[in-house]
Design a binder for this molecule. Sequence first.
Ligand SMILES: [Zn+2]
Length: 407
Amino acid sequence: MLLERFLSYVKIDTQSDESAEGVPSTKKQFDLARKLEQELIEMGLQDVSLDEHCYVMAKLPSNQKEDSVSLGLIAHMDTSPDMSGKDVKPMLHKNYDGEDILLPSGVVISKKENPFLQNYIGQTVITTDGTTLLGADDKAGVTVIMEALHHLATHPEIPHGTICVAFTPDEEIGRGADFFDVQKFGADVAYTIDGGEIGELEYESFNAASAKITVHGKNVHPGTAKDVMVNSILLANELALRFPVQETPQHTEGYEGFYHLNDIQGSVEGTTLRYIIRDFDRQHFEERKQFVQTTVENFAKEKNVTIDLEVKDQYYNMGEIIKDHMELIEIAKKAFLKNEVEPKIQPIRGGTDGSRLSYMGLPTPNIFTGGHNYHGKLELVPLESMEKCKEIVLSIIDEFRTISKVK
Ligand SMILES: [Zn+2]
């Protein structure tokens, strides 16, 4: 059953770690990967594999004569480095009454700060005990895919095309697509099941880059520092103020982009600022990177100091690719409505594995899992939302069954 499956997955700690090299960043992600591999084999799927980078892949071959489009379904196994995912103790709030949820740790999920709770009155809301995250991001996605496969595997009379599934490591630290073998995966198109609340359907993501700015100073004894010392900490702070004050995460929403200073570390001798740069529009994104370049160059000249700048692109807006595959969105919408779920189409103010996969030749929009308050102690997911998601995935599979492969 869906619930038991979900509970068994969230109890396995799969937290990824940004500071560790390689993929997977943490060996413990294999604990879930091996379990999934085993379960896929038991279900009778074909080409089940778990590679050295912790990617689980498998195929449910078509059971019909006509050659239809191969459909991919993808979810990630890791959980966010922001909050512990160890010893997760899921709590079921059955027949939820719409009031504040008091967790054993003393943490409260208040109805005032979480107005969406009202939508789940009478449902089974799943939380933690308030000491860890839940991991519905993205074990709800993993669960939904496994349940849909299980349904088809145990009902061979239901016709379907070829279904390709992949469970990825390290999505939360932006490495989920690093070793994703699109060729081996074998799908023509795919969906990630990795969104938030019920109804979310997303096909636009940020364009994303990181910038590392290192200001070099000069340290001497403070007693004899006059006209000699160059304090890079002070310079770095001054430089940060040259960035537009309103274009930060806390001042933007919708389609607005930003510069986000997320780390600053230094001494008199040298200080490093780390930024992430985000924008939906590719042109504006390029302009933002140019702004960083120009601002740093001008500041270095003005202060007569050396500054190193390293800008790296991370991923691009998948909307650029999906706009040529809008049938993916139409099919998803149809499947949502068939299951009485109103599609909420919105841009992702972030990225998913799909952002990079779309540019690797696999158009991959994103579908909700049902969860809320990801990456923290207040995370929760209504069981009914996950069940709807499973029904929708089955409807999507059914829609694709009649779409023939373009040769
Ligand atoms: Zn996720």
